[in-house]
Design a protein around this ligand. Structure first.
Ligand code: FES
Ligand code: FES
Length: 166
């Protein structure tokens, strides 16, 4: 018997059924597969596929999770936000974190960047004024092989400082 599944992703609602028939979502399908292969949200990247690198991070109810080890069938009713959902849907204005990353050139190849930005969003949702150590701790699960970490820390600190001055 198939089961209904309602997903809330980037402010949109998607109705699926869980099952083995064509078009249905198998129990074993990961959220990353659903995002990239069914919904075309390819900003979320696949790298290790084992929950170890942070490239596939998305927000679930405001908190970063590794979508490569999250089953879609368990995401019913959760608010999922991917990198595509961070900009203002009406004006297209980028999230301040995205602006800060651009301003500080906090990426090189950019493959890890969506996951890092999501991790920063998750951190700032929980703690708008993190210390440098707290920023490093929050990003300790996000790997960047281009070694963009210094610029990433600078970018995050600029947002925190901006928030303190506002
Ligand atoms: S691809 Fe998911 S944590 Fe590495
Ligand atoms: S910018 Fe290339 S992996 Fe991080």
């Amino acid at each position: 018997m198939s089961k209904e599944l309602t997903l809330h992703i980037n402010g949109q609602t998607y109705e699926f059924t869980i099952g083995r028939k064509l078009g249905q979502i198998p129990e074993s399908e990961t959220l990353l597969e659903t995002l990239r292969e069914r919904l075309g949200l390819t900003g979320t990247k696949l790298s290790c596929g084992e929950g170890a690198c942070g490239c596939c991070a998305v927000l679930m109810d405001g908190k970063a999770v590794a979508s490569c080890v999250t089953l879609t069938a368990e995401c019913g009713g959760k608010e999922i936000t991917t990198i595509e959902g961070l900009a203002d849907p009406v004006t297209g204005e980028l999230d301040p974190i995205q602006e800060a990353f651009l301003e500080h050139s906090a990426f090189q190849c950019g493959f890890c960047t969506p996951g890092i930005i999501i991790a920063v969003k998750s951190l700032l949702n929980a703690n708008p004024h993190p210390t440098e150590d707290e920023i490093k701790e929050a990003l300790s699960g996000n790997f960047c092989r281009c070694i963009s970490h210094y610029q990433v820390i600078e970018a995050v600190q600029s947002i925190v400082k901006g928030g303190e001055q506002a």
